[in-house]
Design a protein around this ligand. Structure first.
Ligand SMILES: NC(=O)c1ccc[n+]([C@@H]2O[C@H](COP(=O)([O-])OP(=O)(O)OC[C@H]3O[C@@H](n4cnc5c(N)ncnc54)[C@H](O)[C@@H]3O)[C@@H](O)[C@H]2O)c1
Length: 432
């Protein structure tokens, strides 16, 4: 097959649709191994930045993007150029709607725009996280409407992305890639595409199996984080340090995987993806009990943290109203600049609702970004001894490695720690 030959010889051109957290690292890796890449995005500013060799994402160095441009990479908003590429890899967002239902509008819009430009001998791979059935039920009809025959002169696969932003232990190359195709020929094309760029490809029998694999991975995390958050609240009432317990349990050499508690779930994946399955399961008359229950516990966490702050202030003879509170870390997890679904923002909002005067410090987020549902007109506070001493309470929400924890401990009058950073007993630290 001409496509397989072009993939194996790396003369194929690869189009990546959606140049974000997922699309850019993939483009970098395919470019590194010798493919020419065209990056498609509807965000004109992003297209301009990428073509100028600049990275729009903090943890991806601009030098890497510049090197990719040197190797012939181009970003574009012109989807007509999709006919130039041999493989189209789709990495557009899959959020939830207001009613916590799958919002596939980005995928649908992508397919509508691509449809007139699809041609024979192309491979289309969906990477966006979604419910089982999306590739077959949503993508396939667009391709067939073009008169293409899937498995014969056009190939369709689902291959979930497993990118973990900020994780330096694994790279796009070393994270195995699961691939499921509509037909065996589709799967073979998918294996040829990803096999050229990653160390290990894991073929599965269908796109649905690949779609559910990704959901299982994220649901496992969401459920276990919910469990450990519940354990934290129980341990707290019993006067036991949950971190000590998780650490001790982790010494069991088999059968235990540590998960850590925190102020709630954040990011584009873990709080959202499980509900894709909940929605689809309803079609089969099924409930997803574990997902719902862990979702409930995780969503309650910011409120629990605020309760801890209120109690800690109360013990100092102060109320939340009019207290000056500094939130440390507003990105959703350590050492990233991503604010999506960040529980820190919910904590800040709950504090503000109760009359507290809230500010924040985050070395990765210098200005509070414009968000759809949350509005704070704030800039990150520099952590000087004077600044720290001026607050009634400092709440550690995201434990960035850039924070000077000794300085914070020395100068903040009261610390509420949601990340287990201050383990030694200290009169001014409250664990939450
Ligand atoms: N961020 C992660 O760590 C991660 C990990 C695994 C899986 N995923 C999944 O990957 C998918 C993409 O997530 P992301 O974090 O990269 O999103 P992102 O918001 O960082 O990037 C998406 C990009 O797609 C562009 N885009 C939107 N609609 C488009 C369209 N119609 N055509 C072309 N471009 C369009 C946006 O402008 C943006 O640049 C989601 O389904 C997500 O669940 C994300």
């Amino acid at each position: 097959m001409q496509l397989l030959e072009r993939l194996r010889s790396r003369t194929a051109v690869i189009g990546i649709v959606g140049m974000g957290y997922v699309g850019i690292p993939l483009a970098l890796r395919f470019s590194e191994v010798g493919f020419r890449i065209v990056g498609f995005d509807i965000d004109a500013d992003r297209v301009g930045m990428l073509n100028a060799g600049k990275s729009p994402i903090r943890h991806i160095p601009s030098a890497d993007v510049a090197a990719m441009v040197e190797r012939g990479f181009e970003a574009t908003g012109d989807f007509g150029r999709a006919s130039e590429v041999d493989a189209i890899v789709i990495c557009v967002p899959t959020p939830l709607s207001k009613h916590r239902e799958p919002d596939l509008s980005f995928i649908v819009r992508t397919m509508e725009t691509l449809e007139p430009h699809l041609r024979e001998n192309q491979l289309i791979s969906l990477e966006s996280t979604t419910y089982p059935g999306t590739t077959r039920e949503v993508l396939k009809p667009y391709i067939e409407r073009r008169g293409l025959r899937i498995g014969e002169n056009c190939f369709l696969v689902y291959s979930p992305e497993r990118e973990d932003p900020g994780n330096t232990e694994f790279t796009t190359r070393t994270i195995p890639k699961v691939v499921g195709g509509i037909t065996a020929a589709c799967r073979a094309a998918g294996e040829a595409l990803y096999g050229a760029a990653v160390d290990r490809v894991v073929p599965v029998s269908s796109p649905e199996a690949a779609e559910l694999t990704k959901l299982l991975e994220n649901i496992q995390r969401a459920v276990n984080i919910g469990l450990v958050n519940e354990m934290k609240m129980i341990a707290d009432k019993m006067g036991i340090d949950i971190y000590e317990v998780v650490e001790a349990a982790s010494t069991k050499p088999f059968g235990f995987t540590p998960y850590y508690p925190g102020p709630g779930l954040g990011g584009h994946c873990i709080p959202i993806d499980p509900f894709y399955l909940t929605w689809k399961a309803r079609e089969y008359g099924l409930s997803t009990h574990f997902i719902e229950l862990s979702g409930e516990i995780n969503r309650d966490m910011p409120g629990w943290v605020v309760g801890k702050i209120a109690a800690a202030l109360n013990d100092c003879g102060k109320s939340l109203r009019n207290s000056r509170i500094l939130a440390l870390g507003i990105a959703y997890k350590r050492d990233v600049d991503d604010m999506r679904e960040s529980p820190s923002v919910i904590v800040m909002e709950l504090l503000r609702e109760r009359g507290a005067l809230v500010e924040y410090s985050d070395p990765n987020v210098p200005v509070f970004p414009k968000m759809r549902e949350h509005h704070f007109d704030l800039k990150s506070v520099d952590l000087t001894p004077e600044a720290l001493a001026s607050y009634d309470c400092v709440v550690l929400l995201t434990d960035h490695s850039g924070f000077d924890y000794d300085l914070i401990l020395k100068h903040a009058p009261l610390i509420v720690d949601t990340r287990g950073k201050y383990r030694q007993a200290n009169g001014k630290v409250v664990k939450a």
